[in-house]
Design a protein around this ligand. Structure first.
Ligand code: 0X9
Ligand code: ZN
Length: 302
């Protein structure tokens, strides 16, 4: 039995996807491409091609372990759990671990080696540098390399040599772009306990549907609060963190997906990326309630 309230390394997650999820007639597991180190970038599709879609990804940043956990819980709840009703009318396209090379690197020595455990980027070997990795959340094509990012391969926010220079961001964008009628994009990160909506890339850019994004973020936040009384604050990325270019949330919105959120899971800074396993269940349970607000919204608009 797979334990959703514990952390698992990439090999365990991969086995769960290929053995358990693949065996369900409700889900399709396929590879959207290969990483720099030749791992598969899995995408799980639940529902038919003809329905409106919600696409979700987890694990863009390697050290944010509670993020993949959220995607695995969501997949299981959609197939076997209390949230099966969310299959009605909506197709789910879920990338459970978008950065498997980085994620597996954080598990080196069983996750006990701090210098590896807190790795953020992918594991690309950068030409002309001994420093490894690109920050995938600075590698999308919205004002790439223009703000809140670094052009030094040694920085933890290095954006790469060009937008979509990385196999992971490229495979992700290509797959999502190939889908019709995507109503919402959710990308799970940690930590901070908050929701961000576009735009982050430039202060003067305001989403044309900012009011819709703000109202729906409040609904998400109300739903999460109702579960464990934990409050997720929300707002525009550039207002909360300042200008940061090249992020996936901005890319999704600019590509025509009207609803786009980065969700920073728990906590607020006590444990940071080392969220104890004892806090996984409450975190994923409150957030799947939040996700149900997104589901209702996209369904109602469809
Ligand atoms: O900086 C990030 O990539 C995200 N925070 S994290 O601590 N998980 O690294 C926030 C992303 C917000 N969206 C954009 N900057 N586009
Ligand atoms: Zn992150």
């Amino acid at each position: 039995e797979f334990d959703f309230f514990k952390y698992h390394d990439f090999n365990e997650i991969e086995s769960w996807l290929l053995d358990d999820v693949s065996s369900s007639s409700l889900a399709k597991v396929k590879s959207a491409g290969k990483t720099f180190e030749n791992r598969d970038i899995y995408v799980v599709t639940i529902g038919s091609d003809s329905q409106p879609k919600i696409t979700v990804d987890c694990g863009i940043h390697a050290r944010e372990w509670v993020s993949p956990t959220m995607c695995l819980f969501l997949i299981d709840q959609l197939i076997n759990g209390d949230y099966q009703y969310m299959r009605e009318g909506i197709t789910w396209v879920i990338f459970p671990v978008l950065n498997p090379d980085g994620y597996q690197y954080t598990w080196s020595d069983g996750g006990t080696n701090a210098s590896k455990r807190f790795w953020r980027k992918n594991r690309r070997v950068n030409d002309g540098s001994s420093c490894i990795g690109v920050d995938l959340n600075r590698n999308y094509d919205v004002r790439w390399n223009q703000a809140g990012t670094s052009s030094s391969p040694c920085s933890f926010t290095y954006g790469g040599t060009a937008a979509f220079s990385e196999a992971e961001s490229k495979a992700h964008a290509d797959h999502v772009n190939s889908l019709e009628h995507v109503g919402a994009y959710l990308t799970f990160h940690a930590y901070g306990t908050l929701l961000l909506y576009p735009y982050s890339a430039k202060r003067s850019w305001e989403a044309d549907n900012r009011e819709e994004l703000d109202n729906l973020a409040k609904e998400y936040s109300d739903k999460t609060k109702a579960v464990n009384n934990e409050f997720y604050s929300f707002g525009e990325g550039a207002e909360i963190f300042g200008e940061v270019a090249g992020g996936s949330d901005d890319w999704a919105h600019k590509s025509g997906i009207p609803i786009s959120y980065t969700i920073e899971l728990r906590d607020r800074g006590t444990y940071k990326f080392a969220l104890p396993e004892s806090m996984i269940e409450r975190t994923v349970r409150e957030n799947i309630e939040g996700v149900s607000a997104i589901y209702e919204h996209v369904l109602a608009k469809a």
